[in-house]
Design a protein around this ligand. Structure first.
Ligand code: FMN
Length: 186
């Protein structure tokens, strides 16, 4: 049983990554950077007679990792008061998986958002709403979100502690991953 951290930032060592890695410290996990993946925009094939699939990129391999994980932490910087384009493209492709019967049900999903301009008020409503509704539609369990304020590439790393809501998300993750490993042992 694994935990997957998906970084939706174009920086592979910026604030979103620092946020995720600090939140996941001590919790075994795999980190995946969307920017390192070749991901095509979603093609809506309804009505064309073509399969709702695009096998020309890394999406299906990425979803194999998604399938193997129980807890999935998704991090995004705020780009223009919304999620990053990389993350939006990835989420759009969930339509392919949904259409071809991918088993999303029961995945536990956590959202981390980093921005500079008051993200908790100016961005997370949009992001977490899209997230919560998408999770609900796909029958995944939306476990909550946390925001952080950071801008320069090492800003988050330099913060002494994580925000309280992030510690709460971390605690949920710790509890979930520990109870899963206890179940696996017994
Ligand atoms: C294209 C772009 C758009 C951005 N738009 C916003 C925004 O609308 N609101 C905000 O608070 N921060 C915005 N930012 C700032 C980033 O959210 C911030 O620098 C964040 O820490 C970047 O995370 P990263 O280090 O993981 O890339 C934007 C940054 C970029 C590059």
């Amino acid at each position: 049983m694994t935990t997957l951290f998906i970084n939706g930032s174009s920086r592979t060592n910026g604030n979103t990554v620092a946020f995720g890695e600090r939140l996941l410290a001590g919790i075994p996990h795999t980190t995946l950077h969307l920017i390192d993946q070749h991901l095509n925009f979603d093609l809506d094939q309804r009505g064309t007679g073509q399969p709702q699939r695009d096998t020309r990129d890394d999406y299906e391999a990425l979803m194999a990792q998604f399938a193997a994980a129980d807890d999935i932490v998704i991090g995004t910087p705020v780009y223009w008061y919304n999620m990053s384009g990389q993350l939006k493209t990835f989420m759009d492709r969930w339509f392919d998986s949904f259409t071809t019967g991918f088993d999303f049900a029961g995945k536990r999903v956590y959202l981390l958002v980093v921005g500079v301009d008051d993200p908790a008020n100016k961005a997370t409503d949009i992001i977490s709403k899209a997230f919560a509704e998408s999770c609900d539609w796909l029958k995944m369990t939306y476990m909550g979100a946390a925001t952080a304020i950071a801008d320069g590439p090492t800003d988050l790393q330099q913060q002494a502690t994580l925000p309280a809501e992030a510690l709460k998300v971390r605690q949920t993750l710790v509890t979930m991953t520990q109870s899963v490993s206890r179940e696996t042992k017994s």
